[in-house]
Write a protein that binds this ligand. Structure first.
Ligand code: ATP
Length: 349
């Protein structure tokens, strides 16, 4: 089921008449059967967007379509959505079986059919041997799987996940993230996954929607958003260690940082914000000597912190290529250097 957000806007007005434009003119198409990560920093409007799609918040203006159907005015229970929250929201006094079956009770589904569906869902999420336990007897990751099974048992048209991995420790987070990906692939259900974790969004999503201050920044495949960011915000928000952003100048297809030649770069003469990802530097004889501030060997990789005039940058290089930290020469290819407009932050192509 394709989801279309058309000029979707939500303005919250507080008691003292303060306005917050939580979501601002959002135009997005979520393709049918895809897993789309809604990514951005805290307060950028992710949850508000998800809640409008779910029917839990009424938009100030704009429309929401499921396929050809305008659902903007439909109540949450009429939209055919499955919702999963970060805190699982399971009923503690009920067994896992009763929790998963619960949504079917209001739907007047035949009992045998309900039992069969509960088993099908429990099998799908891999908890078929936990059905008689109470949620409190399960790990966080298992509880979240129960919540997913409960969300899917009604056969919703759309699955909405709001920071579903936030309460899990690092190991369970990774495991559950892979499980969600598998479950989504197996069911083919259109899924929106809200997260502020860029790595999580990159690993799980078919497409990423990046938001900031309620405004869409970019929507594309993870590798596109990472390698071809449309603006400085997106470039800085994705990647760890973060992209280096330095003030630089292009003169006759050469890049100068603090007045010193640094690399070749074909572009129009002028001043730019220059973005270079740490992993795009190579230690090379053909590179430029840099003043090393600090070297951090983390196994296979080494992080070199270096100085360019009054600006510092990081390079992430293969440890084996660093023979001596005294005289390190770094090179970066033309196409790996991103240029951004100083005023607007937009990428310059
Ligand atoms: P987080 O990751 O912290 O949950 P988010 O990206 O999901 O953040 P939202 O919860 O959608 O962000 O909030 C977006 C903006 O709207 C914030 O500035 C927030 O303070 C504001 N906001 C959210 N809900 C309400 C509300 N019920 N009343 C007033 N303002 C609200």
């Amino acid at each position: 089921m394709e989801i279309v957000l058309n000029r979707l806007t939500k303005v919250f007005v507080t008691k003292n008449k303060q306005e917050t434009r939580a979501v601002d003119n959002l135009d997005i198409v979520i393709p049918s059967g895809k897993l789309v990560g809604l990514l951005g920093p805290s307060g950028c409007g992710k949850t508000t967007t998800l809640f409008m799609i779910a029917g839990l918040h009424k938009p100030t203006s704009g429309r929401i379509l499921f396929g050809n159907e305008d659902v903007t005015k439909l109540t949450a229970d009429k939209r055919g959505i499955g919702l999963v929250f970060q805190n699982y929201a399971l009923y503690p006094h009920m067994t896992v079986r009763q929790n998963i079956m619960f949504p079917l009770e209001n739907l007047k589904v035949d009992y045998d059919e309900a039992v069969a569906r509960v088993h099908e869902m429990a099998k799908l999420v891999g908890i078929e041997d936990q059905l008689d336990k109470k949620p409190g007897e399960l790990s966080g990751g298992q509880q979240q799987r129960v919540a997913i099974a409960r969300a899917l048992v009604k056969k919703p048209r759309v699955l909405l996940l709001d920071e579903p991995l936030s309460n899990l420790d690092a190991r369970l987070r990774l495991q559950t993230r892979e499980e969600i990906k598998r479950i989504q692939r197996e069911t083919g259900i259109t899924t929106i996954f809200v997260t502020h974790d860029q790595e999580e969004a990159m690993s799980i999503s078919d497409e990423i929607v990046v938001m900031e201050k309620g405004v869409l920044q970019q929507r594309d495949k993870p590798q596109e958003v990472y390698y071809n960011p449309e603006n400085l915000f997106v470039a800085k928000f994705l990647g760890s260690p973060a992209i280096n952003v330095l003030r630089g100048e292009i003169k006759q297809n050469k890049l100068y940082i603090n007045g010193e030649y640094f690399a070749d770069k074909k572009a129009k003469d002028g001043q730019y914000e220059v973005g270079m990802r740490p992993e795009n530097f190579k230690v090379s004889e053909s590179g430029v000597s840099v003043k090393v501030v600090d070297v951090d060997i983390i196994g296979r990789d080494t992080i070199i912190r270096f100085q360019l005039g009054d600006q510092t940058a990081r390079a992430l290089v293969d440890s084996e290529t660093v023979e001596s930290i005294k005289n390190i020469k770094l090179a970066i290819k033309d196409e790996k250097i991103l240029l951004f407009d100083i005023e607007t932050g937009k990428v310059v192509k």
